[in-house]
Design a protein. Structure first.
Length: 206
């Protein structure tokens, strides 16, 4: 698939790495072209400015801090007809809480800002887990996929599975409220409780 990753930080770079390794045609974009080009060169992807990116993409992965999402989407322009994967979490400055929740979510708010079909996914995984790959000693880490369009969810599930992850259908986009809370708990366990960043929520299918 043709996939554009918006963001070149730890999560964005990890997504570029694993998507390129899975054989997808990957483009990376962001505000600082020098950083964009560095990540693209490192993992064999294409690079583009925000205004020029995602023209041919089937899937766009939004991997920027939630506070920067609106500006990034505005500069990208119309994403109508594309699937937008929201990887963000609306974290407080100390990473120990969420700035929104219960009655809305980052995924739902991002859906209001874009004409793309938004799917929440990958937000419950630490960047270090994404960067290292999907395989754990007992089973593949799970990617929970929430959205209101079944075809879009299936595309994102196939993308996750191509990277070696297990995909779990997490229902409608409103369930992003719970996935973002799971991410918040995971961050507490990893950092606050000292369990480390190689932990990941998994779900065993029976």
């Amino acid at each position: 698939m043709k996939i554009t990753v918006v963001g070149y930080g730890n999560v964005g770079a990890a997504m570029v790495k694993q998507l390129a390794a899975a054989g997808h045609e990957v483009e990376v974009t962001g505000r600082k072209l020098e950083s964009v080009q560095k990540v693209a060169t490192q993992f064999g992807a294409k690079s583009a400015s925000l205004s020029a990116a995602a023209k041919d993409a089937e899937i766009v992965v939004l991997a920027v801090p939630y506070g920067n999402a609106g500006a990034a989407l505005a500069e990208l322009g119309s994403l109508e007809g594309k699937v937008l994967v929201d990887v963000t979490n609306p974290l407080t400055d100390d990473y120990m809480g969420l700035t929104i929740g219960h009655t809305t979510s980052a995924g739902e708010e991002i859906s209001k800002l874009s004409r793309a079909t938004v799917v929440k996914a990958f937000n419950t995984l630490f960047a270090q887990v994404l960067e290292g790959g999907a395989a754990f000693p007992s089973q593949a880490a799970s990617v929970f996929v929430a959205g209101n369009d079944n075809d879009a969810k299936q595309k994102v599930a196939k993308m996750a599975e191509s990277m070696g992850f297990a995909s779990i259908d997490a229902g409608g986009l409103h369930n992003a409220r719970y996935l973002e809370a799971v991410a918040g708990l995971n961050i507490y366990l990893g950092y606050g409780a000292g369990l480390g960043v190689q932990i990941a929520p998994t779900w065993i299918k029976r």
